[in-house]
Write a protein that binds this ligand. Sequence first.
Ligand code: SF4
Length: 52
Amino acid sequence: MHKNPSIKCTVSECKYHAQSDNYCSLDGIQIGKHENRATTPECTDCNSFELK
Ligand code: SF4
């Protein structure tokens, strides 16, 4: 599967994950946050995620 070497990702449940490798296959992704003010990595999300 095509992989984007600029986007490392370990979310194998996502349909855009490059499965054999820990990379995303999209050309670009949208990152967001689910807190008013992000203070830790856990406050951020990949909003391009879609369940496989
Ligand atoms: S869309 Fe987001 S969660 Fe899905 S593989 Fe790409 S970076 Fe990972």
